[in-house]
Ligand binder design. Structure first.
Ligand code: PLP
Length: 483
């Protein structure tokens, strides 16, 4: 099939998409000759050509508005449209960051309340909304850890411990903040190995950062012991709370023994994401760390809201106040749901993941066979033994019009298929996915070539993904035009 929308060969000399009105003002001089271009190589198309071109392009896109998107660790849930309407209210969008505090009291009130909600939801003592991504929130937490130890005169602590299933941003953030890293092993159940932690947790360790639930989608029941061990040896316990979708109203990081945690508002709290932003990664801290939170925070006294800097703040880490639009959506989300429905979200997210786990268990190897949280990690190793790689399974899902799960991550699971259905998907959608995965498992045995060559009905087949990502080709170029 020929895809005209991929080759903009629809230009015809002299064709126009608009007609300009007659000039009813005096014409003015053109700029000097050397500033003029003789040829402007733009496609010449009619309005309907143009509309069809862009509409066809838009249909090549896949998003949560087009279908199921079970990308593990990403929480690709559906975000209600009206949160966008709220964030777009002119009273919010027309604000200027240099306006006086007195003229933006409503916005400050919203930020102050959101700080309080997130503090409550995480069981912490204070929250800074400034970080603009999850990784940015991680870095903020680590800078707070550094400042905390320095303030106590404890200069030896230059190492951050991570787990072997950590999200890639965890070691990257530690390195960005000037720490060395050490990796704690997992045990056979997929939890943190306490012996490994005990052997690594020395006076050089500033903090252990732990994703909770882990990137295997598991809740570590030994969390209290882990926190105790880290604290006993003078370290801090940092949480990666990007996947809070499993814990809302069920467990609080503060009560589990964490000293700080970063959240991803663009995962759990209703901001669509992908493509790099805008996001928001608030960092929430217990009493020992609140004074170090990044500035500014919003506070209220005598009914007036104002910005403050915590006494030992790590300072400013972003321009102005963070991504305000994302905060508005998170506020709308929390207020529209309330405590009971927030809790229901996590119950449904966990239920959906466990439904997939039970239904797909007969067809795919399940390395950690226990109740999971918001996501379930399968392994394609049975299929791999038959010559069908996990990438073949992922590509074949595209033929069903489904987005594949996260593959080959976490690294501790070979041929990993990390699947996060989220709470916004119906049983029918999950059943449709299960049926596709079952059929793929059957085909892997009976007609593997259909998997090796997948996808079959997408506009492009298998790409060099690294190259496609690094050399994104998004611009119309004249050289492709048929003369
Ligand atoms: C998504 C995610 C991050 C990174 O968040 P960004 O906003 O992409 O920087 C960090 N940790 C975990 C566990 C995540 O799932």
């Amino acid at each position: 099939m020929k895809h005209h929308y991929l080759l903009p060969d629809i230009s015809q000399a002299g064709r126009m998409g608009c007609s300009l009105p007659h000039l009813d003002v005096p014409s003015s001089e053109l700029p000097p000759e050397e500033m003029l271009r003789r040829e402007l190589e733009l496609p010449e198309v009619s309005e309907v050509d143009l509309v069809r071109y862009f509409t066809a392009l838009s249909k090549l896109n896949y998003g949560v508005d087009t279908g199921f998107y079970p990308l593990g660790s990403c929480t690709m849930k559906y975000n209600p449209r009206w949160h966008e309407d709220v964030a777009r209210l002119p009273g919010f969008t027309a604000l200027h960051p240099y306006q006086s505090e007195d003229s933006v009291q409503g916005a400050l009130q919203l930020m102050c309340r959101l700080q309080e909600y997130l503090t409550e939801i995480t069981g912490m003592n204070g929250t800074s909304l400034v970080p603009v991504a999850g990784a940015h929130g991680e870095a903020a937490g680590l800078l707070m850890v550094k400042a905390y130890h320095q303030a106590r005169g404890d200069k030896a602590r230059k190492k951050i411990l991570l787990t072997d299933s950590s999200h890639g941003t965890n070691p990257a953030s530690a390195a960005m903040c000037g720490f060395e890293t050490g990796v704690v092993a997992s045990d056979a159940k997929g939890d943190l190995d306490l012996k490994s932690l005990a052997s690594l947790m020395d006076e050089e360790v500033a903090a252990l950062t732990l994703t909770m639930p882990s990137t295997l989608g598991l809740f570590d029941p030994k969390i209290a012991e882990i926190a105790e061990l880290v604290h006993e040896r003078g370290g801090l316990l940092g949480g990666d709370g990007a996947n809070l979708n499993a814990l809302l109203g069920r467990a609080k990081f503060g009560e589990l023994g964490f000293d700080y945690v970063q959240l991803n508002l663009h995962k759990t709290f209703s901001t669509p994401h992908g493509g790099g932003g805008p996001g928001s990664g608030p960092v929430c801290a217990k009493e020992d760390l609140v004074d170090f939170l990044p500035a500014p925070l919003v506070t209220q006294d005598n009914g007036r809201y104002r910005f403050i800097s915590p006494p030992k703040s790590i300072g400013k880490i972003a321009s102005f106040y963070g991504n305000f639009g994302v905060m508005v959506k998170a506020y709308a989300y929390v207020r529209s749901l309330g405590p009971d429905e927030l809790r229901q979200i996590s119950e449904d997210a966990v239920l959906n993941a466990n439904y997939l786990r039970e239904k797909l268990k007969p067809h795919y190897f399940l390395p950690y066979d226990r109740i999971c949280m918001h996501e379930v990690v399968f392994s394609g190793k049975r299929q791999k033994a038959k010559g069908v790689a996990t990438v073949d399974i992922a590509k074949r899902l595209l033929d069903y019009g489904l987005h594949p799960p996260t593959v080959y991550f976490p690294l501790t699971v070979s041929e990993a298929l990390m699947t996060e259905p989220t709470e916004t998907e119906s049983k029918e959608t999950l059943d449709n996915y299960i049926a596709a995965m079952e059929e793929i498992a059957r085909d892997a045995v009976e007609k593997p070539e259909i998997l090796h060559n997948a996808p079959h009905n997408t506009p492009v087949r298998r790409l060099d993904e690294a190259k496609a990502f690094r050399q994104l080709d998004l611009r119309w170029e004249i050289k492709e035009q048929k003369k």
